[in-house]
Write a protein that binds this ligand. Structure first.
Ligand code: SAM
Length: 228
């Protein structure tokens, strides 16, 4: 039985439908909801700032102090319309962006058409099916897991990120850590908040070592999982 068949189909369908509808209505707003209408330059500038703050500050952990990022292959889970992907492609040798929404991927293709080192994949919402084993140096995800409504989906992603990372590869991602949220099990906006215990479980169950964590209890709960 495939992983997606075992996963709650209602959750996968709901995530895809909701994100496709959001993308059709106003993709830039739902990707970065600071503004309802974005100027294109400001929208991509916001992605550049997030990359500067959340990726460039971790270059030693990503490159191991030995390698150029231009020699590395990275994976972005939940790439949206390519807001951060554009800047990531200027830093890394190759970027693969995965997203559950066909419309997000369609817009991301338009927005990255000039970037030969980017490829974009429509995903199933819980695995990295189709991506080869041990083929990425770094995996990253920002403002994506905070929307995922079920721990089981996150656990499935962590297992597959472990599979596609090379040995010593790093997975840095942000989850919702504010566990007091009122939500329902199919809420694809508020998602499932992750406690510190669940974060430990996510790492342990997928084979990762938790290298670092920051922001437990807040929306900006960052996890650094290392494939050792
Ligand atoms: C708030 S947007 C952020 C996009 C991008 N990370 C950025 O910062 O510009 C969330 C994105 O995650 C995608 N997404 C939501 N659930 C997902 C899932 N289970 N698997 C893959 N992508 C997902 C949505 O389609 C959307 O493009």
């Amino acid at each position: 039985m495939s992983v997606t068949a075992k996963m709650d189909e209602r959750i996968l369908k709901k995530m895809r439908l909701d994100w496709d509808n959001r993308a059709k209505e106003n993709a830039q707003h739902y990707v970065q909801n600071e503004k309802s209408e974005w100027d294109r330059r400001d929208f991509f500038r916001s992605g550049e700032i997030n990359v500067a703050n959340e990726v460039m500050t971790d270059m030693v952990a990503i490159c191991g102090g030995q390698r150029s990022p231009l020699d590395l292959r990275m994976l972005e889970i939940g790439c949206g319309v390519g807001r951060m992907t554009r800047m990531l492609s200027r830093i890394f040798g190759h970027v693969t962006g995965v997203d559950i929404s066909e419309e997000m991927i369609r817009q991301a293709r338009e927005n990255t058409a000039d970037l030969p080192n980017v490829d974009l994949v429509l995903g199933d919402g819980c695995t990295l099916a189709g991506l080869p084993d041990a083929s990425y140096d770094f995996a990253f995800s920002f403002i994506v897991f905070q929307h995922i409504p079920a721990y089981s989906v996150m656990a499935s992603y962590c297992r597959d990120v472990f599979r596609v990372l090379k040995p010593r590869g790093l997975f840095k991602f942000q989850v919702q850590g504010y566990t007091e949220l009122t939500r329902n099990d199919l809420d694809t906006w508020l998602g499932h908040p992750v406690s510190a215990d669940e974060a430990e479980r996510l790492a342990g169950e997928s084979g990762f070592a938790m290298e670092r964590e920051k922001g437990a209890g807040s929306q900006w709960y960052w996890l650094w999982f290392r494939k050792v």
